[in-house]
Ligand binder design. Structure first.
Ligand code: MG
Ligand code: MG
Length: 256
């Protein structure tokens, strides 16, 4: 069943989601060539615990780290490691927090140094597709309206949408019903109701939509090893317009 949140619960999810945005901004400060991704993870864990929260991903189904860090052809669920960022990489950083019993979950893809123009465009379009999806996330619409809008936009600009991974409901659990695919048909799926909280998270590829799982049992990468981008917001369903609970504002202050 889909659990509808009270106003108070939505405010708690907002707090947790805002902390994710601030954590990603701390990570953004460190992103440059030569930095090991494990050091981004350490910083994020320290920042989250300093703010009285718990890293939401660490230990979730056995995931060993605070951040999912997925470089270039890696789509999601990558492990932080001794791998140093190099000029021209793109790095998707996905972060979750648990505070006051509620989760926040948000992701952003960063460029490292000078990134190829076509890959910068992939990041830009993927972020745009997230906001296009959010525009459809209003009471009375259906889940399929979100995915349909994302897919239409992404395919129109020449990229592909990953099918094997989807967005989700969010609250006392990191992953709740309903699933929120980034593809689909208009007018299908559960009806959106006030009080639903959804994590909308398009994963968009430069080449094939096909993905494979690496031998670590976690990392998902594109089958053709072309780059992939990922942006994620948590939103509360309302009449007329979604309430975006997470934010990229702190991140973009750092980037600009
Ligand atoms: Mg996430
Ligand atoms: Mg998520």
């Amino acid at each position: 069943m889909i659990y509808l949140k009270t106003k108070e619960e939505i405010e708690l999810i907002r707090k947790s989601s805002l902390l994710v945005g601030k954590t990603l901004a701390e990570v953004a400060k460190l992103i440059k060539p030569g930095v090991k991704t494990i050091d981004l993870d350490k910083r994020a864990e320290e920042f989250i615990t300093d703010h009285g929260a718990i890293p939401g991903f660490k230990g979730y189904n056995g995931f060993p780290y605070t951040l999912c860090i997925s470089i270039n052809e890696n789509v999601v669920h990558g492990f932080p490691s001794e791998r140093e960022l190099i000029d021209g990489d793109i790095v998707s950083v996905d972060c979750g927090t648990l505070m006051n019993g509620f989760y926040g979950d948000s992701a952003y893809t960063f460029g490292v140094g000078e990134v190829k123009e076509e890959v910068v465009a992939l990041m830009k379009r993927t972020k745009e597709s997230l906001y296009i999806g959010i525009e459809m996330a209003v009471a009375g619409n259906r889940i399929g309206d979100i995915g349909n809008a994302v897919q239409k936009y992404v395919e129109k600009v020449g990229y592909t949408v990953v099918r094997d991974l989807v967005g989700h409901g969010l609250g006392k659990n990191l992953h709740e019903k309903p699933e929120v695919p980034n593809y689909g048909r208009q007018g299908t799926g559960p009806i959106l109701k006030e009080g639903m909280v959804l994590a909308i998270e398009p994963m968009t590829n430069l080449g094939t939509k096909k993905v494979v799982q690496e031998n670590d049992g976690w990392t998902i990468r594109t089958a053709d090893r072309k780059p992939s981008a990922h942006f994620e917001h948590d939103v509360a369903i309302r009449k007329g317009k979604a309430d975006i609970l997470s934010t990229f504002e702190y991140i973009e202050e750092v980037l600009n």
